[in-house]
Design a protein around this ligand. Sequence first.
Ligand code: GLU
Length: 400
Amino acid sequence: MSLELSKKALAVKPSSTLEITAKAKEMKNLGKDVIGFGAGEPDFDTPEHICIAAKRAIDDGFTKYTTASGITELKEAIAKKFHNFNHIDYSPEQIVISNGGKHALTNVFTAIINEGDEVIIPAPYWLSYPEIVKLAGGTPVIVRTQKSNSYKITIEELEAAFTEKTKAFILNSPCNPTGMLYDKEEIQQIADFAVEHDIYIISDEIYENLCYGKEEPISIASLNEEIYKRTITVNGLAKSYAMTGWRIGYTGAPLEIAKIMGSVQSHQTSNPNSIAQMAALAAISGDQTCVRVMNAAFDERRKYIYERVCDIDGLSCIEPKGAFYVFVDINELIGKKYNGQEITSAADIARFLIEDYYVAIIPCDDFGFPDHFRLSYAISVNEIDKGMDRIKEFCQTLTE
Ligand code: GLU
């Protein structure tokens, strides 16, 4: 057969975060003592009151179709959370509940992109952004940020990337994979830029509950009416409530865009899982102690892993302020040899570590930074300790 397949789909690479994580799990199942610094997935169980709500939904027969864009009670709870936590006023009609954050982003780009529209994405970026933009017919415009600016994009860099085709900019703060947060002044500058050039801001705030120290997350849509009209705020429950498998994401958007996303979703997937929506309702409207408890545990791990990375010759990183990742610079190791094989990128290190040391890390070539790798510290201090010992041992074996 010589029938041609979809060029758009063929251009998509499988998600390496998910692939590496699956490989580490498979090795564990085979009895190997693997330390997984791979996917950003909290190691905690979903809190009990959330699971109870899901079980109750099943017992109550809440197992039929719901409104395609999600149930009103959950939209109301999310609207309240947007008001109280993010200081943004969205009515329930402006909210679309979808099958996880990736699906929310897919809805967003499907709603705003026409073939050839450009979307500015600062690198390092979460690897799915460019792929989702491309699938929607857009063109990702990647801007490499500088370590000296904590991997945050500057207005000058944004200006340089802007063209007549620019449609949107993806803001992700706290950022995956860097763990950096944009402060209020920086967010204000990005907002001014977006208003001046009349582009959309896609603000992915999925790590909003995972901020440590004094830094606070700022929701760009909260700044003023003009930026509110141009922002789509994306979020989900996976990271804050240890609900990765439940697949509930959501967006707050101008009404016109929310309506488009709702109708697209009504054809593509119908409603997100009815039981998971009830679980999400319990999560968002219930006691938030569980979020604080997990946050405190992540903070302890963050401090520990940061110290351990700093202690290894050849590796360096900036202290992360949010999310649960450390972004590690390996430039000093480039050109060194492991068992006679030259290190040319973080991908080489990742391969050697998983094969010989049973440590899974994420090389950041797919995040637009081949000379860095990402460690997720959503694992216990004990495991971090063991994993970092092995990484240190690996680095010590390298020769000139
Ligand atoms: N977002 C998480 C990560 O970056 C989960 C895996 C994925 O969906 O990419 O590790």
